[in-house]
Each structure stands twice: as structure tokens, then as C-alpha cells.
Design a protein around this ligand. Structure first.
Ligand code: ATP
Ligand code: MG
Length: 229
């Protein structure tokens, strides 16, 4: 049986209070299995990023239970959540979020420094990861010396460096042209084939078509879960 990596059980998330209350997520149930490649779709404001923030332990549910590797996150302290993010989750964002003063190599090293990995090992792992994303010639370049697609590949290398249980990507191709989008999607395909679990938010059908499951959000609810065979 495939292992469950994460579950949202009747998760709701509300912002604000009284008559200004916004229900960003409304009683959402979702199961993420090891090896899944899930695309999250839906109109602007439908709750996609809110769901990603909960899956990524950047935020906690207002109601309901979120479990990562079977453990409910609600009882964890902020420090414990930060450790969990570092060790179990990888993040990729539309705007890359790389450190501008650091080289590609240094950006990829960072999560391993937080994780306390031995310097020699982390250097070797970072170089391997940059090789995996096709950037072995660019290890010493800073972000402003790299194209958008190359910057995103550095961000992807950084996201997978601690072998995360889930790679989370919120509009990872939103700032890229169509050719570069294809390259980044090919890379996600390769990572998925190597066994990495991917959850990706996108507005684009072309991007979602690469995924094996599509969850469609509307008004904070999942209105459709499509599973391809
Ligand atoms: N920090 C916040 N405070 C108040 N309301 C919020 C906050 N974050 C999100 N919301 C509201 O929650 C709802 C869902 O937002 P969310 O960011 O999850 O949408 P989204 O599907 O990611 O949209 P987009 O496609 O535009 O990124 C929206 O109505 C939004 O305005
Ligand atoms: Mg969003």
C-alpha cells in the first residue's frame, strides 16, 4: 500500500474576525501519498496558497487536523515547525526567493547548514543537486548572473537538498517564458520519476497536464479531484 505522506482532515482556515471574516479554506479533506504529483488549480482567491501554506507547515489550520507523516502539526511549537519545514519540506516559489548575495552553491548549501550537516558532505550534496538540475557549470554564479529558468533550477536544487517528503511549488513557472516553463516542467517530471512527491499550484492547464492528480479549488473547497491513470 502506498504510504500517506500528508492528510488534511476537515481543515478550515479563517482570516479576520466578526463581519470581516474570510473563510480561505472550508472543511477541506485531502490525502497526499508518497510519489504523488498533484496540481492544485482554481480561480484567484480560491484558497490554493492557503492550502499550500498549511501543507508546508507555514501556517496552521483554524479548525481540523493537518498531519505530516502521520503526526498532527497542531501541537508543535514554532521551532519544531521550523525544523519540520527544514527537514521534511522543500519550497519553490514564483519569484525564486534566492539570496542575491550568495552563489548558486551557497544558496543550495543553506538548508543543510540549518540541518547541521557536515561541511564536506553538504558541499558534495549541493554540487550533486546542481548537477541534477543541469547547473554544474554555474555553481559560482550569483542569481543576477543567471537567467530566470536557471534561478528557478537553483531554487529547485535547494528545495530537494534535504530529501523532502514533499516538494511544494506555488506557481513555479509563473515568471518564466514558455520555453523555460517546458524545461522546468521536464525537471519536475524527472524528479517525480525519481520518487519525489510534488504538490504544485498553477493557473495553467499546460502545467497541470504534467501532474497525475488535479485538485480544483473553489471558494475554499475542493470541488473536484481528478486522478489520471
Ligand atoms: N493573511 C490573510 N489575511 C486575510 N485574508 C487572507 C489572507 N491570506 C489569504 N486571505 C484570503 O483568503 C482567500 C484565499 O486566498 P489564497 O491566497 O489562498 O488564494 P489563492 O487561490 O492562492 O489565489 P491566487 O491565485 O490569487 O494566488 C482570499 O479571499 C484571500 O483574500
Ligand atoms: Mg496564491
Amino acid at each position: 500500500m502506498t504510504k500517506k505522506v500528508a492528510t488534511l482532515e476537515k481543515v478550515s482556515k479563517t482570516y479576520g474576525k466578526d463581519d470581516l471574516i474570510v473563510k480561505a479554506l472550508d472543511n477541506v479533506n485531502l490525502e497526499i501519498y508518497k510519489g504523488d504529483y498533484l496540481a492544485v488549480m482554481g480561480a484567484s482567491g480560491s484558497g490554493k496558497s492557503t492550502a499550500m501554506n498549511i501543507i508546508g507547515c507555514l501556517d496552521r489550520p483554524s479548525q481540523g487536523v493537518y498531519k505530516l507523516n502521520g503526526i498532527p502539526v497542531e501541537n508543535l511549537s514554532d521551532d519544531e515547525l521550523a525544523d519540520l519545514r527544514n527537514q521534511k519540506l522543500g519550497f519553490v516559489f514564483q519569484q525564486f526567493h534566492l539570496l542575491s548575495d550568495a552563489t548558486a552553491l551557497e544558496n543550495v548549501l543553506l538548508p543543510m547548514i540549518y540541518a547541521g550537516i557536515d561541511p564536506l558532505e553538504r558541499e558534495e550534496r549541493a554540487k550533486n543537486a546542481l548537477d541534477k538540475v543541469g547547473l554544474s557549470e554555474r555553481v559560482n554564479n550569483r542569481p543576477n548572473q543567471l537567467s530566470g529558468g536557471q534561478q528557478q533550477r537553483v531554487a529547485i536544487a535547494r528545495a530537494i537538498i534535504n530529501n523532502p517528503a514533499i516538494l511544494l511549488a506555488d506557481e513555479p513557472t509563473g515568471a518564466l517564458d514558455s520555453k523555460t516553463t517546458e524545461d522546468v516542467l521536464d525537471l519536475f517530471d524527472k524528479l517525480h520519476e525519481s520518487g519525489i512527491t510534488i504538490v504544485l499550484v498553477t493557473h495553467e492547464d499546460e502545467v497541470a497536464s504534467r501532474a497525475k492528480k488535479i485538485a480544483r479549488f473553489k471558494d475554499g473547497k475542493i470541488i473536484e479531484l481528478k486522478i489520471k491513470n
